[in-house]
Design a protein around this ligand. Structure first.
Ligand code: AMP
Ligand code: MN
Ligand code: MN
Ligand code: MN
Length: 284
């Protein structure tokens, strides 16, 4: 049986391993099919593909798009996208411009709290074009303002905290269209993390399906035990395929190891069911 991990990050966004190092590490962990799904950027795909060639690891070109849906931040993963697709490239470019503006605004707000220089500090840690709150958190830890990443988010960066900057990310239907237009499958990432009521989750699944969404991450890194069975039922009810992903960000970054995931419940139809060989449809 092949080992799939369809959600991971590299230095192109907020992971700590360069794309080639991520691929090598995943292969060493026994991963057969890896999707690189950086936040709002596909710049790591080419290097990851080159690194995967000839290793037996099948690299799926992916992305994780930031979406604002009914005042809620959501992440929509795209699997099997064509990295040369113009509309996808343009959509992601807009989100990264927002990231830069937001980064400057985060720094202004932190400066009012007496913490100066965070934009430059975070930018120096960001090795790719997608500056993230993760880079601010790493900088705050490195400078000794907080003990660890969790504290950085809890004290400064999460919603309701001084450095939190609300904003409009992509619309759900746009993100799904960018992905499907680039030949990919759209997947709702880590659904258990949004703390949606059952009513709102059903509303989301209905709109997502209507927009052309394909799958739900039924297995996600560090999700509560009880969530899997419930998500499997939602996937069935809404005729959505099931995906699996660790959301790996690098060694020591959170509890998840790449590829170390429970099996999908038997009732689920895997998102890769129709993939030709190992590649997603767009790459066949
Ligand atoms: P951004 O997309 O720039 O708003 O940053 C969101 C990223 O921050 C997520 O993808 C996670 O990698 C990271 N993150 C969010 N919350 C936490 C947390 N409590 N502890 C550590 N990392 C977090
Ligand atoms: Mn992240
Ligand atoms: Mn995410
Ligand atoms: Mn992720």
């Amino acid at each position: 049986m092949l080992k799939y991990d369809l959600h991971s990050h590299s230095t192109a966004s907020d992971g700590t391993l360069a794309p080639a190092a991520l691929v090598a590490h995943a292969r060493a962990q026994g991963v057969d099919v890896l999707a690189l799904t950086d936040h709002d950027v596909i710049d790591g795909i080419a290097a990851a593909r080159r690194a995967a060639a000839g290793t037996g690891l099948n690299l799926v070109a992916g992305v994780e798009i930031s979406v604002t849906w009914n005042h809620q931040l959501l992440h929509i993963v795209g699997l099997g996208v064509d990295p040369a697709n113009a509309e996808l490239i343009a959509g992601l470019e807009g989100l990264r411009q927002f990231r830069v503006w937001r980064g400057e605004e985060i720094a202004r707000r932190l400066e009012k709290r007496g913490i100066a220089g965070t934009y430059e500090g975070a930018m120096a840690l960001a090795q790719g074009p997608a500056i993230s709150r993760t880079h601010f958190a790493r900088y705050l830890v490195a400078q000794g303002h907080v003990r660890d990443m969790t504290k950085a988010f809890d004290r400064y960066l999460k919603r309701g905290k001084p450095g939190y900057v609300p904003g409009q990310w992509a619309a759900l239907a746009d993100a799904v269209r960018w992905i499907t237009g680039a030949g990919g499958q759209a997947v709702i990432a880590h659904p258990a993390r949004y703390n949606l009521s059952a009513t709102r989750l059903r509303l989301l699944l209905g709109e997502f399906k209507e927009a052309g969404g394909a799958a739900l991450e039924v297995i996600s890194g560090s999700q509560p035990h009880g969530a899997t069975a419930s998500l499997a039922r939602y996937a069935q009810q809404f005729s959505l395929l099931a995906s699996v992903g660790s959301d790996y960000h690098g060694p020591g970054q959170g509890p998840n190891e790449v590829g170390r995931l429970p099996l999908l419940p038997a009732a689920c139809v895997p998102v890769w069911a129709d993939w030709d060989g190992f590649a997603a449809p767009a790459q066949a």
